[in-house]
Design a binder for this molecule. Structure first.
Ligand code: DC
Length: 224
């Protein structure tokens, strides 16, 4: 059976991760959270006490970095220079600096190379910002997920509360919009909807509806 490449792009907290994970499970595919890879790089920058906007230092650090996603019993582990960092990459300090770090071309080249290597066999669902435009411009199915900023902030707030963290809704919305701005305005591979991507506005959709929509499209391509 044909094993396809599915690209899911969209802004922060638009529902990509949960949806991509569930779509991958439904199809028996590998789920690749490319944002987690950029977060790992941002964590390294944070630990090295380098300013995220110091492009030269970040680039030099990227040259001596390896970031891998390892599938362990269905759970994706993020491995930075040989050590697991799956939890640390979700720290607010990392979230705050991941967008500037992701603008650095050396960082992007490192990640894109690794992502392409993981996708050679097909049978994968990748989520990120530049999957349908740069990483896999020939992906079999491209989805661009959107949602209102307020709704995205509400979702992020719930997610953080589940981890015992309370953050004001306005602050979350501002942080999301800041990241969207940096991610969409950078010169190298900005967040952008590919011409041939299907837009899915998730503001009023449930996760089940999003998953079903994408799995139906995928099955039509696979021929199920
Ligand atoms: O999906 P996320 O919120 O975990 O992504 C974190 C950041 O990583 C995002 O703000 C920008 C960057 N990123 C990127 O530049 N390209 C990708 N393909 C995925 C994420």
């Amino acid at each position: 059976m044909k094993r396809i490449i599915i690209a899911i792009d969209g802004p922060a907290a638009s529902g990509k991760s949960t949806t991509a994970k569930r779509v991958a499970e439904a199809l028996g595919y590998l789920h690749i959270d490319t944002g987690a890879m950029y977060r790992a790089m941002a964590l390294k920058v944070l630990r090295a006490k380098i300013e995220p906007n110091d492009t030269q230092k970040v680039a030099a650090l990227a040259d001596s970095t390896t970031v891998r996603l390892v599938n362990q019993n269905g759970h994706i582990r993020v491995v930075l220079d040989g050590k697991e960092v799956s939890d640390e990459i979700r720290l607010p300090e990392v979230t705050n600096m991941v967008s500037p770090v992701s603008t650095v071309p050396e960082v992007r080249m490192l990640m894109v190379k690794e992502q392409r290597a993981m996708g050679t066999e097909g049978g994968i669902v990748l989520e990120g910002r530049d999957i349908g435009t740069i990483v896999f411009p020939d992906a079999d199915l491209k989805i661009f997920m959107r949602a209102d900023a307020r709704e995205r902030a509400v979702r992020r707030k719930k997610e953080l509360e589940g981890k015992g963290v309370t953050v004001a809704l306005d602050d979350l919305e501002r942080e999301l919009l800041d990241r969207d701005r940096i991610d969409s305005q950078r010169s190298m591979s900005p967040l952008k909807q590919a011409d041939d991507a299907i837009e899915v506005d998730t503001t009023h959709l449930s996760i089940d509806q999003q998953v079903e929509f994408i799995v139906t499209k995928a099955n039509a391509i696979i021929g199920n």
